[in-house]
Design a protein around this ligand. Structure first.
Ligand code: HGY
Ligand code: MN
Ligand code: MN
Length: 405
């Protein structure tokens, strides 16, 4: 009987990976394909090799650590997440799930001989901050996008993902999808307030909400800030500001809706020039597909109104994923594993996007959440108590064993 994972080593690795790829201001920022991403990838690959795993890199840069015990056959049980981050990130988002997956394999290597191989995976560009869409590596592995199309995506800095993966040494040869999961588990911090507010130890994630990403450009007329009467202005900045308030109010009155404008840029961006153009991103989400479509239609109507007011408006789709329901048999296995460890557990939906939603296209998949302090994430203040991290990893271990039985 294996008692559990090596908790101290898991926490130490989270800390060490969390110290990797910090910028000059000490901010954790490992965007896909950057030197910081390479540093994180190299550190993880070293741990995978040290655990005696076969390490494979596929053509979209996904990193697989495969354990093929004596006599094991069939497709692997896959445990994964991501190690790329947002800007000024917390150290748990994604990394926790990958490192917990490694710790599960290492625990099983002592005394267990599963009949099926196991693979721990770190997917490329889950965050989508530099390259859209997000969850890109798992989307390609699941056959949702051709690898050539994904490699040709230009980042926010104009450089293609393919060029960057080659530059950092992670343009693999393995065909994405060649390693097909028998089933998939992902352990992740909740990144929201629910578990902490309810005092529940774990979340058995059964659904994940729909996601709609767009980039909107509004063009008006750049003009002199002093000489141009208000009645003569076509101020793209004010038009954009009106849309930001509209999107916020729309989400607040739409059941389950959320909306975020994370990036906003005025051009030419001078103190005494009326903005001739405004570019911004729109992230809208809803667990209900029809309501998400209604949010998208309301935005489209608002953009049409601006065109009638004389603005030139374009909207480019960056990502669009429908809500996902995970495999109920795995959700049940997670609940059983939690109960056996006397840990409280509740079913829930995920507000965040995750690689599991892509892998669910090709295999039974589900997720386990642990609480986030204050519900904070995508922020250096992101934190989960070490005991909760270790408890989550042990429930991941027990669930994996149940799926391998
Ligand atoms: O955007 C998301 O929900 C995820 O963090 N990529
Ligand atoms: Mn994540
Ligand atoms: Mn994230």
């Amino acid at each position: 009987m294996i008692a559990g994972i090596d908790g101290a080593r898991l926490i130490a690795r989270i800390e060490e990976l969390g110290a990797t790829g910090r910028d000059a201001e000490g901010r954790l920022t490992r965007l896909a394909g950057t030197d910081a991403d390479r540093a994180g990838r190299d550190l993880l690959s070293g741990w995978l090799h040290a655990a005696g795993l076969r390490v494979e890199i596929d053509a979209i840069g996904n990193i697989y650590g495969i354990w093929n015990p004596e006599g094991a056959t069939g497709d692997p049980l896959m445990i994964g997440s991501h190690i790329d981050t947002v800007i000024d990130a917390g150290q748990f988002d994604g990394c926790y799930g990958v490192l917990a997956g490694l710790s599960v394999i290492e625990a099983m290597q002592v005394g267990l001989a599963p009949a099926r191989p196991l693979a721990v995976v770190a997917f490329t560009n889950e965050e989508g901050v530099r390259y859209a869409p997000d969850m890109l590596g798992s989307l390609v592995m699941a056959g949702g996008m051709a690898v050539e199309e994904a490699l040709a995506i230009r980042g926010t800095d104009g450089i293609t993902l393919g060029a960057e993966l080659a530059r950092i040494g992670y343009a693999g040869t393995l065909q994405p999808g060649a390693i097909r999961p028998h089933a998939y588990l992902e352990l992740h911090i909740e990144q929201g307030p629910v578990l902490e507010a309810e005092g529940v130890a774990l979340g058995a994630v059964e659904t994940l909400q729909g996601i709609s990403w767009q980039e909107v450009t509004i063009r008006g007329t750049a003009n002199h800030a002093g000489t141009t009467p208000m009645r003569m202005r076509r101020d793209a900045g004010v038009a954009a500001a009106g849309l930001l308030v509209f999107l916020d109010e729309l989400a607040r009155r739409t059941e389950g809706g959320v909306a975020t404008v994370g990036q906003l840029r005025f051009e030419p961006g001078a103190i005494n020039v009326i903005p001739g153009a405004a570019r911004f991103t729109v992230d809208m989400r809803n667990p209900d597909e029809e309501r998400l479509q209604a949010q998208e239609e309301a935005l489209a109507d608002a953009l049409e109104d601006l065109r009638r007011d004389g603005f030139e408006v374009t909207a480019t789709r960056l990502a669009r994923f429908e809500p996902v329901r995970f495999a109920s048999e795995i959700v049940t296995a997670i609940e059983t594993a939690a109960t056996e460890r006397q840990l409280s557990c509740r079913r829930m939906t995920s507000g965040a996007g995750h690689d599991a939603q892509m892998v669910a296209r090709i295999a039974p998949a589900a997720m386990i959440f642990v609480p986030s302090r204050g519900g904070i994430s995508h922020n250096p203040a992101e934190f989960t108590d070490p005991a909760a991290l270790i408890a989550g990893a042990n429930v991941l271990l027990d669930t994996a064993r149940r799926l391998l039985a």
